[in-house]
Every structure is written in structure tokens, then in C-alpha cells.
Write a protein that binds this ligand. Sequence first.
Ligand code: 4UU
Length: 538
Amino acid sequence: ENKNNEEEKNVIRSKNPDVEIPDNLSWNEYIFQDFDEYADREAIRDSISDRSYSYRQIKDLSRTISSALNKRGFKKGDVFAMFLPNLPEFPIIYFGVLKAGGVVTAANPLFTTEELAKQLKLADAKWILTVPQLVHRAKEAMQDLGRENVFVIGDVDGCESLSVLLQDDGSSVPDVTVNPKEDIAVLPFSSGTTGQPKGVMLTHYNLVSCGSIMRTEDFLSFSETTVLLAFLPFFHVYGMVAIMSMGLHCGSTIITMSRFERDKFLHALENYEVTHLPAVPPVVFLLAKHPSVDNFDLSYLTEVTNGAAPLGKQVSKALMDRLPLLSSVRQGYGMTELSPVCHMTPAENNKHGSVGCILPNLRCKVVDVETGEALGPGRDGEICVQGPTVMKGYLNNPEATTQTIDNDGWLHTGDIGHYDEDEHFFIVDRVKELIKYKGYQVPPAELEALLISHPAIEDAAVIGVPDAEEGELPMAFVVRKADVTLTEKDVHVFVDENVAAYKKLRGGVEFIDEIPKSLSGKILRRELKDRLKKLSKV
Ligand code: 4UU
């Protein structure tokens, strides 16, 4: 400690003491720690079908799944893909796979067959679980890999039904030993600071660390009386770790919602007496501004948490004014590569517009992008984080890993922000390419590669156009090949046919003579953004 004062300068640590992080537990063991106490309480209920499971059932059925998978040849380290919306069976399979020593990779159920196939291939997934509505895409994508282990929640010819797995007699629960610091538990996909989506290797220990440091008095406030509404997708780290896993760890009741629809959402908040709502900016916006909200009784709702994208100070204030029974609008700030949360709003001293304070056991600094110097309060720079929640690395991509985690173990987030005198953090911008539409990742590199594959397109660049409600809208600058006709509409049609709906070019298409690039060939996105500002002024 304090070996080198110079090096410690402007490195921010939590004002709360470090917590002890168990290093002998797998992620599933950690989550299940107190399940025997919760036993017959309701763990999870579906807001559409009303199907529900108790804590005892989640524990027993996930053991059953591990036995059923073992009998089918599932081996430690096998990658199991989950391609489904939020359903109450999600945690049963998820923890069943982990219990069998497997690795979970979850994909967005909006993905096209090609988008899914890309993830399955990179992840080397041997198994997949889906629902009847998506089975066509799951089968096709698996066939591309020459694999056929497709399970379905429901009945589809030629696929094994989950209900068969759940009837297993539990005689073959595998006896696997997990090495928490080495073994990967989940493999979410993220484009990180640059390029295409990559598999993010999160070890059991990464996740147990994140759970342990979030679950301190000052931060995560879930308890056995908490009712959570889970509309945020379980395939993304926010839903998977901070809502589904931590909600269960704390003995709360989780209400699943497989599709977000405004009135059903508001109705569910009232009907299930929801107390805690983890949300993203467009939903906080809806609650703060939409007239329909007045038609529902939201008096049980005490906490709304924003994450995944920036929330304006005014929206946060407007929500507090509208729902006076809310004790707070809090924020969590994180990144897939950080398992995923690094900052949270503390219970006391909530400042509107702030993402909160660095969590215990972590170190944070704000560095000058040019010089790398760690900056003092009030100065904007890149947020860097170090600690036990930093991912093991990107799967099969050491180059991208060393670009993101430096030699001293600092993870460079690609976010620009500062801290105030109380060490509360504010995110103000992003230096990385990533676009966030409603909190969803839209990697520009992916859209650019698609656009360039069009026979009439010479070159392309994609940026995010700021939007008060949705965050950012993907927008393309396109260079046409000589002597071709290509309209904006043609570009839209082409993109819409080939990507999940949330990646559509909602920000528009602009034809341009040449994409501005640096000498090394990197797209100069700032220049494009400035150009756009000028265009909109004219
Ligand atoms: C401004 O979005 C996430 C994880 C979010 C999360 C998880 C658990 C939030 C609260 C929680 O409890 O991960 P990714 O990898 O999809 O995207 C990471 C990026 C960040 O680098 C930043 O640019 O998403 C943006 N971001 C935010 N921006 C995430 N949270 C915030 C935030 N304010 N609160």
C-alpha cells in the first residue's frame, strides 16, 4: 500500500471499505447461497402467461437440467447459446448450464439468422435453446456450423422440448470442479471501443466480484420484499447480471416481460405492485413525460434505476417531481467488459445527472486523452477502471484485449467524463465508435461492413446522431460507385433486410464524395459529426 504516492495521484477509490470477495465459489453457487432460506417464496413470474417458479424450483430444476445435459454428452467448457426473450425459464437453464460447468452465451432474439450465426460461430456454441417463434433461425444458424443440438421451450418437430429435459430424474448431476479465477461463466458479445462484436470472457470470479461489491448497503437495495420488473433483456449483461442474477441472489421477486409495450408495461407496474424498476433512458423518459402514466397506480414504485446510456439531469428531476413516492432515481454505469457495473449512485446524496461513485474494491481514474495523465476533479478525460471485475479478455482476440486493457491492468472504457469534489462521476461523451440506440449496442463497424458489401457502394461510415429520447440514431455517410444509381431509399431497404430492427439507419443516409480518414485509414468520425452539425444548421 502507498508504495508509490506519485502513481496513486488522482486514482479514485470508494469511500466505503473494500468487501471480502469469496474466491472459492462459482457464479451459480454465489447466486444460490441463500436459496434454502427463500425456498417457497416466488422467485420469478411471467407477466404474460403468469407462469411462475419458486426459489426451490429454480434450484431443483437447474440441477435437473445439468443432469439432463450431462446425459446428452454436455462437457465442462461447452458453450450453450440462449436465443430467447425474457421468460421465467431463462434462469433455470442459465444456472443449469453453469452447474454443468458450461459457458452461457446469450444472443439478442431480434437477431437475423446471419447475425446469430456470426455469434454462434465466434463463440463456438455447441448447444442452443430457443422458442418456437425463433426456431427457424436457430436451426439454420446451427446448421451452418454443422450442429444440431437445438432445444425449444414448447413443441416443434425435430427439436427436443425443454419439458423433456425437465422430466429428467436428476440421476446424473455432473460433478464438475470450477476454478473461479480461470473458468469462463458467461460470454456476452460487445464491440468494445472499436470494431465488430467480440466475445467477452467473464470468469466466475469476475461475476462473483461484481455481485459482492454491488451488494453493499450503500448501493444495490434489493431485498426479499423487492418486486422487480424485468423488461430489459436477459441476453444483455444489465438484465442478466444486475437484474436476473442479483434479483435472485437477494431473494426478490422478478416479473418478466418478453416484449415492451407501453400500456402492458404500465399495467404490470400497477398489477404486480412493482417496487424496483431497472430501466434505460427512453423508459425513464416515458415515465417522466407520458400522459398515460397518470392512469395507473404506481404507489408501490420506490426506486427507478437508469443504466446503459446517459440520462439527462432534467429527465431525472422531472421523474422525481411526477412520482413523489419515489425515493430516488439512481444510476448504474458499466460496460460488458466490467462484469458489468463499476459506478452506482449511493443511497445518500443522489445528484441528478451523475452516474454515482466508483464501487468498493475498484480503482478509477480519468485520464487526459492526449497525455495519459490522471486528472483532478472537474476535468474531462477518459474513464479507466481497474479491479477484479475487469474481464479476462476478448475471446480469441488478444490484439483487441491489449488495446482495451493496458499493461497495468487498466481497462479503458472509451467514455469521457469527470468527477466532482465529492467524487461523484458524470459521463459527458464517448470517444469510442459505439452507438447506443435505446441502450442497445449498434457497432458502426458492423453496419459499415454490410454497406460496403453492396455492389453500388464504394465506401461508407456510420455515426450516431444525438436524439433526446432514444439516445442516438445510426446514420450512414455513403460513397456511391461511379456511374451507378442508388437512392437513400435503396440503402434503407438493403440495411433493413439484413439487420435486426434496432440497427436501422434511423438517423438517415447522406451521400458524400469521400469518407474523411486519417493517414492510417481510420474513419474521422469527429469530422463527420461536425459536418452533420453544419448541415442541420443550414
Ligand atoms: C451513460 O450498457 C452496458 C451496461 C450497463 C449497465 C449494467 C448494469 C448499467 C447498470 C447496471 O446495473 O454495457 P454495454 O457494454 O452494452 O455498454 C457500455 C457503454 C458504456 O461504455 C457507456 O458508453 O454504455 C454506456 N453506458 C452509460 N452511459 C452504460 N451505462 C451508462 C450510464 N450513463 N449510466
